[in-house]
Design a protein around this ligand. Structure first.
Ligand SMILES: O=C[C@H](O)COP(=O)(O)O
Length: 254
């Protein structure tokens, strides 16, 4: 089966309302391949989600950058999955390494969030990835397997999950994984899914790459058989995000 190419733009904690509107205008005016070929999801900070959802072209979608692990209540500063659903936000990014590392989010906590978000009807971009130290000590797959296992233990249906492999050493560093490094991990992760979540999850789950993707390096990465798209940080704030969306054409001819 073919997995639809997926390009996510994670705007992280960036932008003023004026800048956000400008990015949306750039996206709205761009000529890109059909939504039959590529799914595009942008993820502004929470406060800009409603305005972006309202102004953004209808063939692109929006994601929140986080949500709480259970129903809302006395959790100051948190936003619940139920609230996102209430606002018509279809996607959420969970388990980003910046939250795992800076806010000490554990594998289990991320797994709880993924499970609760899916149960409320959200689609989830679930991030996994190793640090440089972990890669250099040869534990890349063990780390990623443990992160994915915490999700697999809480989830039986993978159809609303996109897995984002984001090596921490490649995020915001300009040091992108080579196409063969990305392919190797994506292949191993798909095999892990096969053995632990079943053949259907392995065949149909999109595994996207994130970490210093730009308008240039996306093309060769896109040719890799197990790279089903990208989660883009810095470059998603720039016009080159359009080029990254267009890399689906390279994928289709690979
Ligand atoms: O979620 C996106 C990733 O953290 C990648 O960020 P980056 O493209 O700025 O390296």
């Amino acid at each position: 089966m073919s997995r639809k190419f997926f390009v996510g733009g994670n705007w992280k904690c960036n932008g003023t309302i004026e800048e956000v509107k400008k990015i949306v205008t750039t996206l709205n005016e761009a000529e890109v391949p059909s939504e039959d070929d590529v799914e595009v999801v942008v993820s502004p900070p929470f406060v800009f989600l409603p305005v972006v959802k309202t102004l953004l072209r209808s063939d692109f979608s929006v994601a929140a950058q986080n949500c709480w692990a259970r129903k809302g209540g006395a959790f100051t500063g948190e936003v619940s999955a139920d609230m996102l659903i209430n606002l018509g936000i279809p996607w959420v990014i969970l388990g980003h390494s910046e939250r795992r590392l800076l806010l000490n989010e554990s594998n289990e906590f991320v797994g709880d969030k993924v499970s609760y978000a899916l149960a409320q009807g959200l689609k989830v971009i679930a991030c996994v990835g190793e640090t440089l130290e972990q890669r250099e000590s040869g534990s890349t797959m063990a780390v990623i397997a443990a992160q994915t296992k915490a999700i697999a233990e809480r989830v039986s249906n993978w159809s609303n999950i996109v897995l984002a492999y984001e090596p921490v050493w490649a995020i915001g560093t300009g040091k992108v994984a080579t196409p063969s490094q990305a392919q190797e991990v994506h292949f191993d992760l798909r095999k892990w899914l096969h053995d632990n979540a079943g053949a259907e999850a392995a065949i149909s789950t999109r595994i996207i790459y994130g970490g210093s993707v730009n308008g240039e390096n996306c093309r060769e990465l896109a040719t890799q058989p197990d790279v089903d798209g990208f989660l883009v940080g810095g470059a998603s704030l720039k016009p080159e995000f359009i080029d990254i969306i267009k890399s689906v054409t390279v994928k289709k001819s690979a």
